[in-house]
Design a protein around this ligand. Structure first.
Ligand SMILES: *[C@@H]1O[C@H](CO)[C@@H](O)[C@H](O)[C@H]1NC(C)=O
Ligand SMILES: *[C@@H]1O[C@H](CO)[C@@H](O)[C@H](O)[C@H]1NC(C)=O
Ligand SMILES: *[C@@H]1O[C@H](CO)[C@@H](O)[C@H](O)[C@H]1NC(C)=O
Ligand SMILES: *[C@@H]1O[C@H](CO)[C@@H](O)[C@H](O)[C@H]1NC(C)=O
Ligand SMILES: *[C@@H]1O[C@H](CO)[C@@H](O)[C@H](O)[C@H]1NC(C)=O
Ligand SMILES: *[C@@H]1O[C@H](CO)[C@@H](O)[C@H](O)[C@H]1NC(C)=O
Ligand SMILES: CC(=O)N[C@H]1CO[C@H](CO)[C@@H](O)[C@@H]1O
Length: 347
């Protein structure tokens, strides 16, 4: 429709233009007041509209079209009431408007939780509208009544979800090159980031069993981290279940899960012998070499003596099944093989 209208309008303009231009001297003198009014209209209405409405609108649109890319988050020095959070991100824009965005405080929250309660407040530095700009921030995040639950929920989602949406929101000002004025703009970006997906793919091998009361089971845990977040957890312990009942506790000390890598770390566990030996003698485990499906669920996380409830609760809400070759371990460590029906019977 608009394209069809265009030629019609421009032809009529051309027709009326000609006589007006010819008689300009007389016309312009006689109607000088029309030009004055036009000038005043431009100064009083058009300029402010451009400066107060159009430029900020364009600035906001440019900001809205810019893309925020998360390269990584590093959570370290984790303590009960604070931690250090480092965020490495890139802002991508078309780079056409030269502008500076003032430093601002951005809150971060889970987009898919309706309350949008922030789990972090981050001080973003001044940025420019360069096409490709790396933005790195590192700061201490205080954990208090306001954000403790939201942080716990963020950790829970990060652990459980394959992907999760996080929004960064802040009010700031923008200064466009050549205009000596700061315009208020809203920085709002939602990032879809990969989560840990229940630590899917965790492996425990290189295992040994000893006939001792404490730490009778040892091995190496290979913990995948599909996410972009590196966490310093410290000493983590897990409830350990076998075919239902709880049969012991697993401990992993000095645990830091590195983003995008498999963390291999020693683990130790104190496990009751009887339920394990009983399961080994039952089908199908006695037939497939004694690979048992253990389950673990978070019990506690302490780092340098401080209890980290925002991690503990997240790990406690998640149960992970790990198949461990107990038959092979028993054979290697103690030269024992459990036949179907158990050591006493046998078919
Ligand atoms: C995370 O932060 C800790 C402490 O500042 C540092 O030692 C470590 O190298 C950082 N890791 C990554 C992946 O940036
Ligand atoms: C993420 O995980 C939480 C906790 O298990 C769950 O309640 C939520 O529905 C998941 N969200 C998405 C978007 O999958
Ligand atoms: C244990 O599992 C890891 C991860 O799957 C693997 O890289 C490693 O070779 C395994 N170790 C042994 C002794 O099989
Ligand atoms: C954990 O770190 C502490 C302090 O650095 C060290 O004393 C301890 O031996 C480490 N434990 C393990 C299992 O690596
Ligand atoms: C983990 O526990 C061990 C032994 O109890 C201790 O030596 C170590 O310092 C603890 N590590 C951390 C990071 O708290
Ligand atoms: C393991 O046990 C079997 C049968 O009890 C025995 O014949 C064998 O010598 C033992 N092997 C080792 C390495 O002790
Ligand atoms: C074992 C495993 O899952 N490793 C993954 C860790 O995360 C990176 C990317 O974030 C993947 O490429 C690895 O495959």
């Amino acid at each position: 429709m608009a394209e069809l209208d265009k030629p019609v309008v421009s032809t009529t303009e051309r027709v009326t233009d000609k006589p007006r231009r010819r008689g300009c001297v007389g016309h312009c003198v006689r109607f000088w007041w029309v030009y004055l009014i036009l000038l005043i209209v431009i100064i009083v209405i058009v300029v402010p509209v451009v400066l107060l409405v159009a430029v900020p609108k364009i600035a906001q649109e440019k900001l809205d079209h810019a893309e925020l890319i998360l390269n990584g988050i590093n959570v370290s020095n984790t303590q009960a009431d604070k931690l250090t959070m480092a965020i490495d991100s890139t802002i991508k824009s078309d780079g056409k408007v030269s502008a500076k965005i003032a430093p601002f405080v951005g809150v971060m929250y889970l987009e898919d939780v309706p309350e949008h309660i922030p789990f972090a407040r981050i001080n973003f530095p001044e940025t420019t509208s360069e096409a490709h700009q790396e933005v790195k921030v590192e700061q201490i995040l205080e954990i208090n009544d306001e954000n403790r639950d939201a942080l716990t929920q963020f950790n829970t989602w990060l652990l459980a979800n394959e992907t999760l949406k996080v929004t960064v929101l802040g009010e700031t000002t923008i200064r466009v090159k050549g205009i000596a004025r700061n315009y208020g703009v809203t920085f709002k970006k939602t990032i879809e980031m990969p989560g840990l997906n229940h630590l899917e793919g965790i492996v425990v091998n290189e295992t040994t069993i000893a006939l001792v009361p404490e730490d009778n089971f040892k091995g190496t845990a290979y913990i995948p981290n599909h996410s972009l977040v590196t966490f310093e957890l410290g000493n983590a312990s897990f409830h350990n279940y076998l075919l239902g009942p709880e049969i012991g506790t697993v401990n992993i000390d000095n645990l830091t899960l590195k983003a995008g890598q498999v963390t291999s770390i020693p683990m130790r566990a104190t496990i009751q012998n009887d339920p394990v030996l009983k399961a080994l003698g039952e089908k199908p485990y006695c037939e497939d070499g004694g690979i048992l499906p253990f389950q673990i669920r978070g019990k506690s996380v302490t780092n340098n003596g401080q209890s980290l409830d925002y991690f503990t609760k997240a790990l406690a809400s998640n149960t992970q099944t790990i198949d461990i070759d107990i038959g092979g371990t028993l054979k290697r460590s103690l030269n024992i093989t459990i036949p179907c029906g158990g050591l006493g019977g046998g078919h």
